[in-house]
Write a protein that binds this ligand. Structure first.
Ligand SMILES: [Zn+2]
Length: 109
């Protein structure tokens, strides 16, 4: 994002995490000493520390390029690639704790 493009107020954006689109809103919060613009993401499945790429993207689109490493779910299961899913809202979940999340919505009766 060019410096002159920094939106002043809340801005609706699309955040893509692992290929899933998350509706979100960003609020410009200031600029770091090194010139990087800092935004706070609100109303989104956003884990503090997620790094978003917004340059070289379509307008108002951001992609989660890295996330803090989380080793365990709240119940202590290892959050490995095999045991971690992404739900329809973009939240990560433990497949051991939430095996039902894997079912497609149309399978529910
Ligand atoms: Zn778990």
């Amino acid at each position: 994002m060019q410096l002159t493009d920094v939106p002043e107020g809340p801005t609706n954006v699309r955040i893509l995490r692992d290929g899933r689109e998350i509706p979100a809103e960003t609020v410009y919060t200031g600029r770091r000493p090194d010139g990087i613009a800092v935004f706070t993401v609100v109303n989104a499945a956003f884990i503090p520390g997620d790094q978003l790429q917004m340059d070289r993207m379509p307008a108002r689109t951001a992609v989660v390029v890295s996330s803090p490493k989380i080793d365990r779910c709240p119940q202590g299961h290892p959050m490995t690639t095999d045991n971690t899913g992404i739900d329809q809202h973009g939240y990560r979940y433990c497949k051991t704790c939430h095996p039902d999340q894997e079912k497609p919505a149309h399978d529910l009766d």
